[in-house]
Design a protein around this ligand. Structure first.
Ligand SMILES: [Zn+2]
Length: 299
C-alpha cells in the first residue's frame, strides 16, 4: 500500500508539473538560485530569480503585501525569505500576468497563506482546464474581462488585458502613482521571448501589445519585464519590436517559399539580432520554431 500510494503520488505530481510549467523548468537547478531584491520605488520592489523565473513585483505598505506573479513552486521559501527582509505584513493579493508556470506555479502556496489571486478570465479558464481539477488553490479567485483597478497601499493599480498577445489571458499591471508597469511577457527586455502559441498567443499579438504598452505608459514609466530587467524603457521595447518584425517577415517569406521548419531554423534568421539577446531562457532556435509554428499554423 505505501509503495503504491507513493507511486501514485509521484505520477500525479509529474503529470501536474508537465502541464503547469515550461519544458525549461526541468533543467533548472532551483537550489543554486538566489533571489535578488531591487527597490524600484517607495514600497515597490522587484524579486528576480534568474532568467527562467518570472520577475515578481512586490507592493508593500499599510494594507499588506501584493505580488505580481509567483515564480515556479520550488522558489516559495526563497520568495518568503526575500519578503521577510522588506515587510512583515501578510500577503493579501497576487496578480498573475499570464498562466505560464514560471509566473504562476507558486500560486497555491501563496493562496494557502491567505492571498487572493487575481487574473484575466481567459487565464483562469485555461489554468482550470490544464490542471484537470488539480490544486484549486492555485486558481484565481477574482477575474476580469477588459480592465479593473485595485486600490491598495495608496496606489491606483490599473490592470488591463491587451488583445491576445503572449497568451489570450495576459494582464498588464500599471501602478499609476509610482509610474511603474509590469508587462509580463509582452516584448520588453532584450532576449528571445517565449510565445504562447498553444495558449492563444501570437507574434502579431505580441507586437500589437508592446505598441499598446507605449501608448498607455509614458517615456518616464519604469517598465518591469517578465524576465531579466530589472527596469527597461521604450528604447528596449522599440529594439524588441524591430527584432520581432524582422524575424516575422523573414520566417513568413520562408514559409511562402515552402521551407520546412528545419530549413528555416538552420538558416538562422535571428543571427544579426543575437548579440545582447542570448541571456534569456529561450534559445534563438526555439524562438524561430515558435514564430514558424505561429505563422504556419502548425503547432
Ligand atoms: Zn510566459
Amino acid at each position: 500500500m505505501p509503495a503504491g500510494g507513493t507511486q501514485l503520488g509521484a505520477i500525479a505530481i509529474l503529470g501536474g508539473m508537465c502541464l503547469a510549467v515550461h519544458a525549461q523548468a526541468q533543467n533548472i537547478d532551483f537550489q543554486t538560485i538566489e533571489i535578488q531584491t531591487v527597490k524600484i520605488a517607495d514600497g515597490l520592489y522587484l524579486l528576480m530569480g534568474g532568467p527562467a523565473q518570472g520577475n515578481i513585483l512586490v507592493s508593500t505598505g499599510g494594507d499588506g503585501i501584493l505580488l505580481v506573479d509567483t515564480m515556479y513552486a520550488p522558489m516559495h521559501q526563497k520568495i518568503m525569505d526575500a519578503l521577510a527582509a522588506i515587510s512583515r505584513q501578510p500577503i493579501r493579493y497576487v496578480i498573475n500576468t499570464h498562466l505560464h508556470g514560471d509566473h504562476t506555479a507558486g500560486n497555491e502556496a501563496m493562496a494557502k497563506l491567505g492571498a487572493v489571486i487575481v487574473s484575466q478570465e481567459n487565464m483562469r479558464k485555461r489554468m482550470a482546464a490544464q490542471q484537470n481539477g488539480g490544486p484549486p488553490g492555485a486558481l484565481p479567485v477574482i477575474t476580469y474581462t477588459d480592465s479593473m483597478t485595485l486600490h491598495f497601499n495608496g496606489e491606483e493599480i490599473y490592470i488591463y488585458h491587451p488583445e491576445p498577445a503572449h497568451t489570450d489571458g495576459d494582464s498588464i499591471i500599471y501602478f499609476r502613482r509610482a509610474n511603474v508597469m509590469h508587462v509580463g511577457d509582452v516584448p520588453s527586455s532584450l532576449r528571445y521571448p517565449n510565445i504562447g502559441v498553444t495558449d492563444g498567443g501570437s507574434v502579431d499579438g505580441m507586437i500589437a501589445a508592446a505598441r499598446q504598452v507605449m501608448k498607455i505608459a509614458n517615456s518616464d514609466t519604469k517598465i518591469i519585464p517578465g524576465h531579466l530587467g530589472p527596469v527597461v524603457g521604450f528604447k528596449e521595447i522599440q529594439q524588441q519590436l524591430e527584432m520581432f518584425a524582422a524575424v516575422r517577415d523573414r520566417v513568413a517569406g520562408a514559409i511562402r517559399a515552402g521551407k520546412t521548419l528545419q530549413e528555416v531554423v538552420a538558416s538562422k534568421p535571428t543571427a544579426d539580432f543575437d548579440q545582447g539577446r542570448l541571456g534569456g531562457a529561450i534559445t534563438p532556435d526555439r524562438f524561430v520554431t515558435l514564430v514558424y509554428q505561429d505563422l504556419s499554423g502548425k503547432k
